[in-house]
Design a protein around this ligand. Structure first.
Ligand SMILES: *Cc1c(COP(=O)(O)O)cnc(C)c1O
Length: 382
């Protein structure tokens, strides 16, 4: 089985060299547009490509407003600030995520409250959230959700669409409404993923994308906030040093952040976005081939949840147990075909060993079994 998996992956990428988990692909106008910024001298914080990238991304995701920033973590930080997360607040999230989700909560001097994920989405479980809140929370007379013990305010809910697979948004929105939580989506992995026909990142107050080098498309480093016009304006202001527009005077009306995306990176983003539909198509072809390959085996491929259209950013399988997972990891990596276990749960990090949490059975179950497989866009003509 493992030998035929290695052979199968090598056949997809037509190479006997090392196969990474996910490598960027530059087959369009990347060079042309990046060189254009150099020729124009506008490589930094001012330039037409930033505006264009924001407009193109808003159009692609059907979002009223998109605001480009220097990375996804910075976008998450600003998104939580705009969700009115203040020091001492709790923010609900999943323990099965990349650490950036939790770092953004910490930047607000808030703390994570971890609830379980669903096995079929790998993302935050609306049922687990509702169960935890029903047992441990109340709505106070100001309308804030608070823990019964300690009266800590639970301000926001930050689900993450793992590997591009959307969480159960309809149910989650209903739970957030019932408990007065602001929904912010960590859609860093789900550019090009849709829940019931609507692009992820558009369901809460704000959604966040990442264009890090390992994501489905890259700007080198970069991120984006998806939101409405009013909050988008605030986000732009906060991420550009909170400067009041003026031809020459320096007036800043609050503590701002220098989080803007340089024009150089936005140029790369414009060129990558032109190819995103082709990338998405290639990833779907690869995912279908993996699913077909694993048919009848005891490794269970991760497939898009019902009613969703996933970008299949990272393919993965669920192993029977930890021993099978370790054997898979060892033989593939020894053969130069990179595979990787899913993240260790955030609750295992020393930072969060004392964080509030509900039962995490599904997260622990997946943590012991999920392995990611090479998922780069296929070579041209493959
Ligand atoms: C990539 C990623 C981010 C953002 O990462 P940056 O490298 O800061 O752009 C945030 N959350 C998740 C789940 C991610 O995978």
């Amino acid at each position: 089985m493992l030998d035929s998996l290695i052979r199968f992956v090598r056949d997809q990428y037509h190479t006997d060299e090392f196969i990474p988990l996910h490598a960027p692909v530059f087959r369009g106008r990347e060079r042309e547009l990046v060189v254009d910024t150099i020729d124009s001298t506008f490589v930094s914080s001012v330039g037409a490509y930033v505006d264009r990238f924001e407009k193109d991304m808003a159009a692609f995701t059907a979002s009223p407003r998109a605001v480009a920033v220097m990375n996804g973590t910075a976008a998450l930080h600003i998104a939580l600030k705009l969700a009115d997360v203040v020091p001492g607040d709790l923010v609900v999230t999943q323990s099965l995520t990349f650490v950036a989700t939790c770092n953004a909560i910490a930047y607000c001097s808030a703390e994570p409250l971890f609830v379980d994920v669903d096995r079929h989405t790998l993302g935050l479980s609306p049922t687990a959230l509702d169960a935890w809140l029903s047992e441990h929370a109340l709505i106070d007379d100001r309308g804030d959700c608070r823990t019964r013990v300690g009266h800590r305010r639970i301000r926001a809910c930050l689900p993450m669409h793992t590997f591009g697979h959307p969480v159960e948004l309809d149910a989650l929105i209903a739970v957030c409404e019932r408990w007065h939580l602001v929904l912010v989506e960590d859609a860093a992995e789900s550019l090009g993923s849709y829940y019931k026909g609507r692009h992820t990142g558009n369901f809460g107050r704000i959604g966040v994308l990442s264009f890090n080098g390992n994501k489905i498309m890259t700007t080198g480093g970069g991120g984006m906030l998806l939101t409405d016009e009013v909050i988008g304006k605030r986000a732009k202001h906060l991420t550009t040093t909170a400067k009041i527009p003026h031809p020459y005077e320096f007036v800043h009306d609050e503590v701002g952040y220098n989080y803007r995306m340089p024009n150089l990176n936005a140029a790369l983003g414009c060129a990558q976005l032109e190819q995103l539909p082709a990338f998405l198509e290639s990833k779907r072809v690869l995912a279908e081939r993996y699913i077909e390959f694993f048919k009848g085996s005891d490794l269970q491929p991760i497939v898009e949840p019902e009613g969703c259209h996933s970008n299949y950013w990272l393919n993965g399988v669920i192993c029977q147990d930890g021993a099978q997972r370790d054997a898979l990891l060892k033989s593939t990596n020894d053969a130069g075909v990179m595979t990787r276990p899913i993240w260790a749960l955030m609750t295992r990090l020393p930072l969060y060993t004392n964080a509030l949490r509900g039962p995490l059975d599904n997260a622990e179950w997946l943590e012991a079994r999920v392995v990611n497989l090479p998922s780069s866009v296929l070579p041209a003509g493959a």
